[in-house]
Design a protein around this ligand. Sequence first.
Ligand code: ADP
Ligand code: MG
Length: 463
Amino acid sequence: MLPGVTASAIDRLATARAVLQEHYGHVGFRPLQGVIVGAIMAGKDVLAVLPTGGGKSICYQIPALLRPGFTIVVSPLIALMQDQVDSARRRGISAAMVSSAQSERDQEAVLTGVIGGEIKLLYAAPERLGRLAGQLRSLGLQPSLLAVDEAHCISEWGHEFRPAYRALGRARGQLGWPQTIGLTGSATVEVRSDIQGVLGLGRPRRGRGYPSAAYVGSFDRPNLRFRVQGVKHNAERLQRLLGALRQTPGSAIIYAPTRNLSESLSRILWHQGTRALPYHAGLTAARRTQTLVRFLDGNVRVVVATCAFGMGIDAPHVRLVAHWAPPSTIEAYYQEAGRAGRDGDRGDCLLLHHGADFGLRRRLLLTAFPPRDLVERAWRDPKVTARLPAGVRSAVERLRGELRPDRGHVDWSRIRKRRRLALERLRCMRRYAGTRRCRRRVLLEWFGEHVRACGGCDRCGNG
Ligand code: ADP
Ligand code: MG
């Protein structure tokens, strides 16, 4: 036996493996999954950083199944929660979700299930967690584990900041300071320490504390091939796209920058005999779900999506992810491209770009962060606000809500820093598109990882 490895730890892992086979049908854990599950079962607070498709769900679901009581899972999107609840149920795991989008009656039914001990996994939106914590407390119920999925949303230095996530530390306290695990597929060192700080991982509180551990898996996905093509005009984009689809044997996701484009591209593809459907936030939830189901069944071959087709959607058999144009951050690109080849078979990632794409992205970004003096003038004078273009006006209001000038001193340094980081991410995206070096190297360097061997990109050959 290895030093420090106790018989009970080995027993626990054997049990975990049995659950893995029974409920998921997988023969073994992937690298780090077993280690993370072991650390959670040993009672540690854990930060797990694994790339998209790395298998994060299992890391908290298996410990949830192995311990008495229920686990709360915080997840950022209702569509995503629904997807996770459905797939847990298909695996014979009792799961449910509460969100403020449900009727009061449905929410009560879920709570009744929790009281009755029928629910192992309770999914909740971050906005709903505070209220849920109060309800559980008044019922005398405590979760045995709190799992925060897509935990990078906590950090304003990350690329998907969600203010509601910042309240999770307080909600953890309200829940009775349960053992907690944060999971993310995208985190720089700064974002990681932000997650640990906000969730209070490893920090004792009111006599309760858990030792903490962080695990960072490799972000390299050797089965992905990366390719970039510069184009002169939109007709060429379309040609390239059709060419890539012809060369792809299976399903594909095409990322389009706007809803309109998602609609028109899917229509063009459909007319050319490819079963393609749009997917964006302007469609009803029912339509989106229907499209997703048909895509997962193989009934629809191509989804032309905006970034709304995103976080956590688990489609294992995607062979190609093509981007009509670059997204504004390298993290978003890697996360979206990473939806190819989740089953471990080959996945192709194609990025199309035109010189003007980056200028447009930059302008959009500067709209989201207007100059300070303009914002301050607009705050003071509604006439100034009224004259602003809609995008700038909404940024002004967002900043007002966040910085609360009505309370006196405004701290601009955080906004300056966020803007600087956003510009840096865009620059890295541009570097990736224009590089003469290995694409994989440029991507992974962003995540602080050094690539030893490239499994395939158009710069190294084999792309
Ligand atoms: P993430 O949340 O990290 O993006 P998921 O938890 O959604 O990833 O899992 C991605 C895919 O990997 C899923 O299709 C899942 O079934 C599969 N998977 C996860 N763990 C294993 C394993 N140990 N063996 C085989 N497949 C696995
Ligand atoms: Mg996930």
